[in-house]
Design a protein around this ligand. Structure first.
Ligand SMILES: [Zn+2]
Length: 182
């Protein structure tokens, strides 16, 4: 039998090491959300305990906090509102039209619907305004037809837009804000 070339042998050894490491990598990812040593980056465990390296108590990893008022462009579903807030007497839904040949200019549509059937909402007033990532404040012209608001917003900038919807209906005055990440 011909002797294996040393180079080929080394490649096979590397391939073997990579294959052998696979399960270890997967189990380390599974344990990601559990306990870790703040001093030793590699020490993780799925149970509380002490670090085998330094003896410190392992710390429970906190789950990442989700910002409920932050909407990400990548998470949008077709036809679904960007933002929806259900209140006692009415529900506010904000829609953005998908990107079109108008470039970054999008239509903002705000629907205010009665949360309970039979509540008239025609006397409501709606304002919308946005703070651009650059800090510029935009108050688009309000076109409120009694049940719906329509305006435009330029989403050319990358970053977080803070959008505010002010609704005034009889005694119900609310300012709602949400952030939209482009
Ligand atoms: Zn440690």
């Amino acid at each position: 039998m011909k002797r294996m070339q040393p180079r080929r042998c080394a490649l096979m050894l590397i391939a073997f090491i990579i294959l052998a490491m696979q399960p270890a990598i997967v189990s380390a990812q599974k344990r990601e959300a559990a306990y870790f040593c703040p001093m030793d980056a590699g020490v993780v465990s799925d149970k509380p305990g002490t670090c085998p390296e330094c003896g410190m108590d392992l710390v429970r990893r906190k789950p990442a906090k989700r910002d409920r008022n932050l909407v990400r462009a990548s998470e949008l579903q077709p036809g679904a509102p960007v933002f929806e807030k259900k209140l006692k007497t009415w529900t506010v839904r904000v829609y953005l039209t998908p990107a079109q040949d108008t470039g970054s200019l999008r239509t903002v549509r705000i629907d205010v619907v009665a949360t309970k059937k039979g509540l008239p909402i025609s006397d409501a007033e709606v304002w919308f305004h946005a703070v651009y990532p650059s800090g510029r404040n935009l108050m688009p012209l309000c076109r409120w037809n009694g049940t719906q608001y329509e305006g435009a917003i330029d989403l050319a900038q990358q970053g977080v837009y803070t959008m505010m919807v002010h609704v005034n209906r009889g005694d119900d005055r609310r300012a709602l804000s949400f952030r939209y990440e482009q």
